[in-house]
Write a protein that binds this ligand. Structure first.
Ligand SMILES: Nc1ncnc2c1ncn2[C@@H]1O[C@H](COP(=O)(O)OP(=O)(O)OP(=O)(O)O)[C@@H](O)[C@H]1O
Length: 241
Protein backbone atom coordinates (compact mmCIF):
# COMPACT_ATOMS: atom_id res chain seq x y z
CA UNK A 1 0.00 0.00 0.00
CA UNK A 2 2.82 2.43 0.97
CA UNK A 3 6.02 1.94 -0.99
CA UNK A 4 9.15 3.93 -0.19
CA UNK A 5 11.93 3.40 -2.76
CA UNK A 6 15.48 4.68 -2.47
CA UNK A 7 14.57 7.76 -0.41
CA UNK A 8 17.41 10.03 0.68
CA UNK A 9 16.99 13.23 2.68
CA UNK A 10 19.91 15.49 3.57
CA UNK A 11 20.20 18.49 5.87
CA UNK A 12 23.24 20.35 4.50
CA UNK A 13 26.07 17.83 4.64
CA UNK A 14 24.20 15.42 6.93
CA UNK A 15 22.40 12.47 5.33
CA UNK A 16 19.50 11.94 7.75
CA UNK A 17 17.75 9.28 5.61
CA UNK A 18 20.05 7.31 3.35
CA UNK A 19 18.62 5.35 0.40
CA UNK A 20 15.76 3.81 2.40
CA UNK A 21 13.27 1.43 0.78
CA UNK A 22 10.35 -0.20 2.58
CA UNK A 23 6.74 -1.23 2.18
CA UNK A 24 3.70 -1.17 4.47
CA UNK A 25 0.79 -3.42 3.58
CA UNK A 26 -2.88 -3.02 4.28
CA UNK A 27 -3.80 -4.16 7.80
CA UNK A 28 -0.24 -4.16 9.12
CA UNK A 29 1.20 -2.67 12.31
CA UNK A 30 4.84 -1.92 11.58
CA UNK A 31 7.26 -0.54 14.16
CA UNK A 32 10.07 1.88 13.26
CA UNK A 33 12.95 1.80 15.72
CA UNK A 34 16.57 2.89 15.88
CA UNK A 35 18.96 4.80 18.15
CA UNK A 36 18.61 8.56 18.65
CA UNK A 37 19.30 10.47 15.44
CA UNK A 38 18.75 7.38 13.25
CA UNK A 39 16.41 9.32 10.93
CA UNK A 40 13.03 7.98 12.07
CA UNK A 41 11.23 11.32 12.43
CA UNK A 42 12.84 12.63 9.24
CA UNK A 43 11.52 9.58 7.36
CA UNK A 44 8.01 10.22 8.77
CA UNK A 45 8.23 13.88 7.78
CA UNK A 46 9.26 12.87 4.29
CA UNK A 47 6.31 10.47 3.95
CA UNK A 48 3.95 13.12 5.36
CA UNK A 49 5.11 15.74 2.83
CA UNK A 50 6.88 18.04 5.30
CA UNK A 51 10.24 17.43 3.58
CA UNK A 52 10.98 16.71 -0.06
CA UNK A 53 13.69 14.02 -0.43
CA UNK A 54 16.66 14.58 -2.72
CA UNK A 55 16.10 11.23 -4.41
CA UNK A 56 13.59 8.42 -4.34
CA UNK A 57 9.91 7.75 -4.73
CA UNK A 58 7.07 7.34 -2.22
CA UNK A 59 3.82 5.90 -3.52
CA UNK A 60 0.57 5.24 -1.72
CA UNK A 61 -1.90 2.93 -3.45
CA UNK A 62 0.04 3.63 -6.64
CA UNK A 63 -0.03 7.46 -6.42
CA UNK A 64 3.28 9.30 -6.20
CA UNK A 65 3.36 11.45 -3.06
CA UNK A 66 6.59 13.33 -3.66
CA UNK A 67 5.84 16.93 -4.53
CA UNK A 68 2.58 16.88 -2.58
CA UNK A 69 2.16 18.89 0.62
CA UNK A 70 0.93 17.62 4.01
CA UNK A 71 -2.74 18.55 3.38
CA UNK A 72 -2.82 16.75 0.07
CA UNK A 73 -1.15 13.69 1.56
CA UNK A 74 -3.70 13.66 4.40
CA UNK A 75 -6.43 13.63 1.78
CA UNK A 76 -4.77 10.61 0.17
CA UNK A 77 -5.47 8.74 3.43
CA UNK A 78 -2.28 9.17 5.48
CA UNK A 79 -2.56 10.90 8.83
CA UNK A 80 -0.17 11.23 11.74
CA UNK A 81 0.11 11.77 15.45
CA UNK A 82 2.95 13.64 17.12
CA UNK A 83 5.50 12.82 19.82
CA UNK A 84 4.19 15.70 21.92
CA UNK A 85 0.44 15.48 21.54
CA UNK A 86 -0.70 18.51 19.54
CA UNK A 87 -4.19 18.97 20.85
CA UNK A 88 -6.01 22.30 20.67
CA UNK A 89 -6.11 22.83 24.41
CA UNK A 90 -8.54 25.72 24.43
CA UNK A 91 -11.11 23.52 22.64
CA UNK A 92 -13.24 20.68 23.91
CA UNK A 93 -12.27 17.06 23.32
CA UNK A 94 -15.03 16.58 20.75
CA UNK A 95 -14.07 19.75 18.85
CA UNK A 96 -10.51 18.42 18.60
CA UNK A 97 -11.84 15.26 16.98
CA UNK A 98 -14.10 17.32 14.74
CA UNK A 99 -11.04 19.22 13.50
CA UNK A 100 -9.55 15.86 12.41
CA UNK A 101 -12.71 14.98 10.50
CA UNK A 102 -12.84 18.27 8.65
CA UNK A 103 -9.08 18.42 7.96
CA UNK A 104 -8.77 14.93 6.59
CA UNK A 105 -11.75 14.62 4.31
CA UNK A 106 -12.18 15.60 0.70
CA UNK A 107 -15.84 16.44 1.22
CA UNK A 108 -16.86 16.76 4.88
CA UNK A 109 -20.54 16.65 5.86
CA UNK A 110 -22.13 19.60 7.65
CA UNK A 111 -20.48 20.41 10.98
CA UNK A 112 -23.54 19.22 12.94
CA UNK A 113 -23.51 15.86 11.13
CA UNK A 114 -19.75 15.50 11.50
CA UNK A 115 -20.07 16.30 15.23
CA UNK A 116 -22.48 13.39 15.65
CA UNK A 117 -20.35 11.18 13.44
CA UNK A 118 -17.08 11.72 15.36
CA UNK A 119 -18.60 10.64 18.68
CA UNK A 120 -18.16 7.06 17.52
CA UNK A 121 -14.40 7.56 17.44
CA UNK A 122 -14.34 8.94 20.99
CA UNK A 123 -16.42 5.97 22.10
CA UNK A 124 -14.12 3.59 20.29
CA UNK A 125 -11.04 5.03 22.00
CA UNK A 126 -12.82 5.20 25.37
CA UNK A 127 -12.89 8.99 25.76
CA UNK A 128 -16.61 9.57 25.19
CA UNK A 129 -17.12 10.45 28.87
CA UNK A 130 -14.79 13.43 28.38
CA UNK A 131 -16.25 14.75 25.10
CA UNK A 132 -17.27 18.14 26.47
CA UNK A 133 -14.21 18.73 28.66
CA UNK A 134 -11.39 21.04 27.60
CA UNK A 135 -8.51 19.12 26.05
CA UNK A 136 -6.20 20.98 28.46
CA UNK A 137 -7.75 19.06 31.39
CA UNK A 138 -6.68 15.66 30.00
CA UNK A 139 -3.76 13.57 31.26
CA UNK A 140 -0.88 12.93 28.83
CA UNK A 141 -2.23 9.43 28.14
CA UNK A 142 -5.72 10.77 27.39
CA UNK A 143 -4.27 13.45 25.11
CA UNK A 144 -2.50 10.74 23.16
CA UNK A 145 -5.76 8.82 22.92
CA UNK A 146 -7.43 12.03 21.76
CA UNK A 147 -4.82 12.30 19.00
CA UNK A 148 -5.68 8.76 17.92
CA UNK A 149 -9.41 9.56 17.91
CA UNK A 150 -8.69 12.68 15.85
CA UNK A 151 -6.56 10.68 13.43
CA UNK A 152 -9.38 8.12 13.08
CA UNK A 153 -11.91 10.86 12.38
CA UNK A 154 -10.06 11.78 9.20
CA UNK A 155 -10.87 8.21 8.04
CA UNK A 156 -7.32 7.36 7.02
CA UNK A 157 -5.90 4.15 5.59
CA UNK A 158 -2.52 4.61 7.24
CA UNK A 159 -1.68 6.29 10.55
CA UNK A 160 1.89 7.39 11.26
CA UNK A 161 2.32 7.29 15.04
CA UNK A 162 5.33 9.20 16.41
CA UNK A 163 6.21 7.85 19.88
CA UNK A 164 3.33 7.35 22.20
CA UNK A 165 5.33 5.68 24.96
CA UNK A 166 7.26 8.61 26.42
CA UNK A 167 5.73 9.98 29.60
CA UNK A 168 3.28 7.09 30.02
CA UNK A 169 3.11 4.47 32.76
CA UNK A 170 3.37 0.84 31.55
CA UNK A 171 -0.39 0.42 32.12
CA UNK A 172 -1.21 3.54 30.09
CA UNK A 173 1.09 2.39 27.30
CA UNK A 174 -0.59 -1.04 27.30
CA UNK A 175 -3.92 0.70 26.85
CA UNK A 176 -2.62 2.77 23.91
CA UNK A 177 -1.00 -0.30 22.31
CA UNK A 178 -4.37 -2.02 22.62
CA UNK A 179 -6.02 1.01 20.96
CA UNK A 180 -3.62 0.70 18.01
CA UNK A 181 -4.39 -2.99 17.59
CA UNK A 182 -8.13 -2.31 17.81
CA UNK A 183 -7.78 0.40 15.16
CA UNK A 184 -6.11 -2.09 12.85
CA UNK A 185 -8.49 -4.94 13.67
CA UNK A 186 -11.77 -3.04 13.44
CA UNK A 187 -11.08 -0.44 10.75
CA UNK A 188 -8.41 -2.28 8.73
CA UNK A 189 -6.16 0.76 9.08
CA UNK A 190 -2.39 0.22 8.82
CA UNK A 191 -0.15 1.69 11.49
CA UNK A 192 3.49 2.76 11.10
CA UNK A 193 4.77 3.43 14.60
CA UNK A 194 8.00 5.02 15.90
CA UNK A 195 8.64 3.93 19.46
CA UNK A 196 11.52 3.87 21.92
CA UNK A 197 9.77 1.63 24.46
CA UNK A 198 10.92 -1.79 23.27
CA UNK A 199 8.45 -3.96 25.17
CA UNK A 200 5.52 -2.14 23.59
CA UNK A 201 6.88 -2.34 20.06
CA UNK A 202 7.89 -5.99 20.40
CA UNK A 203 4.47 -6.99 21.73
CA UNK A 204 2.15 -4.96 19.54
CA UNK A 205 3.66 -4.97 16.04
CA UNK A 206 3.56 -7.49 13.19
CA UNK A 207 6.88 -6.34 11.78
CA UNK A 208 9.68 -3.98 12.74
CA UNK A 209 11.96 -1.84 10.56
CA UNK A 210 15.25 -0.66 12.06
CA UNK A 211 17.13 2.47 11.02
CA UNK A 212 20.66 3.33 12.04
CA UNK A 213 22.50 6.45 10.87
CA UNK A 214 19.88 6.98 8.18
CA UNK A 215 20.12 3.48 6.71
CA UNK A 216 17.67 0.61 7.02
CA UNK A 217 19.59 -2.18 8.74
CA UNK A 218 16.80 -4.70 9.41
CA UNK A 219 13.19 -5.48 8.54
CA UNK A 220 11.49 -8.51 10.10
CA UNK A 221 9.21 -9.95 12.74
CA UNK A 222 9.77 -8.85 16.36
CA UNK A 223 11.47 -12.21 17.03
CA UNK A 224 13.80 -11.81 14.06
CA UNK A 225 14.67 -8.27 15.15
CA UNK A 226 15.41 -9.38 18.71
CA UNK A 227 17.87 -11.94 17.35
CA UNK A 228 19.52 -9.65 14.77
CA UNK A 229 23.15 -8.95 15.67
CA UNK A 230 23.30 -5.73 13.57
CA UNK A 231 20.40 -4.33 15.56
CA UNK A 232 22.05 -5.19 18.88
CA UNK A 233 25.30 -3.57 17.68
CA UNK A 234 23.50 -0.40 16.56
CA UNK A 235 21.94 0.01 20.00
CA UNK A 236 25.19 -0.78 21.84
CA UNK A 237 27.02 1.77 19.66
CA UNK A 238 24.33 4.32 20.52
CA UNK A 239 24.65 3.59 24.24
CA UNK A 240 28.40 4.22 24.18
CA UNK A 241 28.09 7.50 22.29
N1 LIG B 1 15.44 20.12 10.57
C1 LIG B 1 16.66 19.61 10.69
N2 LIG B 1 17.76 20.31 10.33
C2 LIG B 1 19.00 19.79 10.45
N3 LIG B 1 19.26 18.53 10.89
C3 LIG B 1 18.21 17.79 11.27
C4 LIG B 1 16.85 18.28 11.19
N4 LIG B 1 16.02 17.30 11.62
C5 LIG B 1 16.80 16.25 11.96
N5 LIG B 1 18.10 16.55 11.75
C6 LIG B 1 19.24 15.64 11.96
O1 LIG B 1 18.98 14.48 11.20
C7 LIG B 1 19.37 13.30 11.91
C8 LIG B 1 18.16 12.38 12.06
O2 LIG B 1 17.26 13.01 12.99
P1 LIG B 1 15.83 12.39 13.33
O3 LIG B 1 15.18 13.36 14.26
O4 LIG B 1 15.14 12.05 12.09
O5 LIG B 1 16.24 11.08 14.10
P2 LIG B 1 15.32 10.14 15.01
O6 LIG B 1 15.70 8.75 14.68
O7 LIG B 1 13.91 10.54 14.88
O8 LIG B 1 15.88 10.51 16.45
P3 LIG B 1 15.15 10.48 17.89
O9 LIG B 1 14.91 9.04 18.21
O10 LIG B 1 16.19 11.09 18.79
O11 LIG B 1 13.89 11.30 17.78
C9 LIG B 1 19.94 13.78 13.23
O12 LIG B 1 21.35 13.85 13.08
C10 LIG B 1 19.36 15.15 13.40
O13 LIG B 1 20.21 15.99 14.15
Amino acid sequence: MLTVSGVTKRFGGLTAVDDVSLGIDRNEIVGLIGPNGAGKTTLFNTIAGVYAPVTGSITFRGDELIGKGPHEIARHGITRTFQTARTFNESTVIDNVLAGAVFGKEDPDSLADERENVRQYLEFIGLDGKAEEDASSLTIAHRKQLELARALASEPELILVDEIGSGLTPTELDELSRNLRQIRNEFGISVFWIEHVMDAIMNATDRIIVLNQGKKIADGTPTQIQQDSRVAEAYLGGAEA
